[in-house]
Design a protein. Sequence first.
Length: 173
Amino acid sequence: MLRRFLNISVLLTSVFILGNVSAFGQVIDLSDAQKEAIKTATFTTLDGEEKTLADFEGKVLILDFWETWCTPCRRVMPTLDKLAGEYKDDFEVLAISPGWSDSKEDVQAFRDENEYDFNWLFASELAKELQIQGIPYKVYVSPEGEIIEAMMGIYGTEKDYTSTKEVIEKHAK
């Protein structure tokens, strides 16, 4: 009986994790309402300051929805940081917590332990409007504020690097 209970527990845990964390990249088809929600979203910094996409205009942006417990999310961060360094004048990473389980203190602690050159933000309302079902969830935005593409999951370090680099080089001013 205990073995059956443990098997069921492992199965349910796996379903929960796989349902909320996507390990394989999947392009998301955003509705016009979702694109508009991104364009008009308000983000909150760790200091409580409000930001909008206009604050980052002129650069290719990646809105990277993540949480500290998400291994695939953390796995892609060094790649994004490398690209942010290589394309400092053309690319910004907005590391956005949807606020599902991470507190401001959790994100601050993660930021303090890692030297990533990201903009650390919260946007729980936008996450709801986008109906995000799993993370990592990424949205690419052009320097003019137009939505380029959205995707859930990761492809792997090398493919994430090359695909993001292609987006930057294609859309940078």
